[in-house]
Write a protein that binds this ligand. Structure first.
Ligand code: GLN
Length: 380
């Protein structure tokens, strides 16, 4: 018997591929986005305490109520948006599962979904798995400017969803008020839903503010917002995130979520709920990463890579026209093998593999890791 693949043409995610190569060649891994330093010892202590106190059985399907309450308070305080913890917030196994369940509960065969590329690599396969058709808007380096008239031209009666990501992985761009106005205009009175992937919401730089889609009531009513505690609290391995959506969408989301994972590990949820009581634990995250971004920026200026603007996320994209004319995949490979640093070729974030000759490096690393890595990159 042969299994006809539901995802022909999709291989192993670039993050796994590059991290494996980094291990194989013992290269410094600036490819997959995860910290190489410890999370807060207080948070670890809280998880420990809850485990020892016996909080080891199923959490409620939608998540621990205290955690949903903290999230609701945070969203209201930061963005003026009210989400009912009972009916409009669900704790997920990370941001990627929240995105998957949002797609799964909406997309039927033939539905069209607009995504902006370069894009996080889970969006397109999630859509394709449910028979959806991906309509990509390709943005170009170095500025990755969105032409909303081009987006508008893609819209027709089959368009069911638009997937946004701000701050953006891999470009580091953030959506502006004018982007939001355009989005409001082109989706008005249409049956189009939005997924707003905001996993990097607390990683914004140089005085910028994160513009959550929940600030715009007309958009909020038709949006799933996905978020990640892995990114926020330096705990990507815990795989805990959440989804916010108005009740009419969240009730459908939960129908998928309950059979996809049922619920997420309970001790971590109780611990994060306690940890969030001190708002400094999330409000100071941008300052923490600003230091890393500036540090990495300054070091990289001594190399022959050209830095692209980075307004948010923990990724720095670079062009390399002063170094070579190679394909980004070839150069990424060569830098791993010959120089000992792993990055991601940004062509992996385009469904057509479009190569703008850009590499992405993750700066969520210890200063010494960044120093060692840039010493090596300076030789390229
Ligand atoms: N979001 C992270 C990145 O872009 C990794 C996510 C993953 O590996 N699934 O590197």
């Amino acid at each position: 018997m042969q299994l006809k693949s539901k995802l022909p043409g999709i291989g192993t995610t670039i993050f796994t591929v590059m991290s494996q190569l980094a291990n194989q060649y013992q290269a410094i891994n600036l490819s997959q986005g995860f910290p190489d330093y410890e999370c807060s010892p207080e948070l670890v202590e809280l998880v420990n305490r809850y485990m020892k106190a016996g909080y080891n059985q199923y959490a409620p399907m939608a998540g621990v109520p205290a955690l949903r309450e903290r999230i609701s308070e945070k969203q209201e305080k930061l963005h003026g948006a009210k989400y009912d913890p009972q009916t409009e917030i669900t704790i997920t196994a990370g941001g990627t599962q929240a995105i998957f369940a949002s797609v799964a509960c909406v997309i039927r065969p033939g539905d069209e979904v607009i995504i902006f590329e370069p894009a996080y690599d889970s969006y397109a396969p999630s859509v394709i798995l449910f028979g959806g058709i991906v309509k990509s808007v390709e943005l170009s380096a170095p500025l990755y400017i969105t032409d909303w008239l081009e987006v508008e031209k893609l819209i027709n009666e089959k368009t069911r969803m638009i997937i946004l990501n701000t701050p953006n992985n891999p470009t580091g761009k953030t959506l502006t008020e004018s982007d939001m106005s355009e989005l409001i205009r082109i989706t008005r009175n249409k049956d189009i839903l939005i997924i707003s992937d905001e996993v990097y919401e607390h990683l914004v730089y140089d005085g910028r503010q994160h513009l959550s889609i929940s600030r715009f009531s007309e958009l909020r009513e038709k949006s799933f917002i996905t978020a990640s505690f892995g990114k926020l609290f330096h705990t990507t391995g815990w795989k805990v995130g959440y989804c916010l959506a108005p009740e009419w969408l969240m009730s459908e989301f939960r129908k998928v979520h309950q059979y996809e994972v049922f619920s997420v590990n309970s001790a971590v949820q109780f611990a994060i709920a306690d940890f969030m009581k001190n708002e400094r634990n999330y409000l100071e995250v941008s300052d923490f990463f600003q230091v890393k971004k500036d540090f990495f920026h300054n070091l990289m200026k001594e190399t022959r890579f050209d830095l692209l603007p980075c307004y948010g996320s923990y990724f720095q994209s670079v062009q390399y026209s002063r170094i070579s004319n190679e394909k980004d995949t070839d150069l990424a490979m060569r830098i791993i093998k010959e120089f000992g640093v792993a990055g991601i070729p940004v062509s992996a974030f385009y469904s057509k593999g479009t190569d703008h000759k850009v590499l992405r490096f993750c700066f969520a690393k210890k200063q010494e890791t960044l120093e060692k890595a840039v010493n090596k990159l300076a030789k390229v």
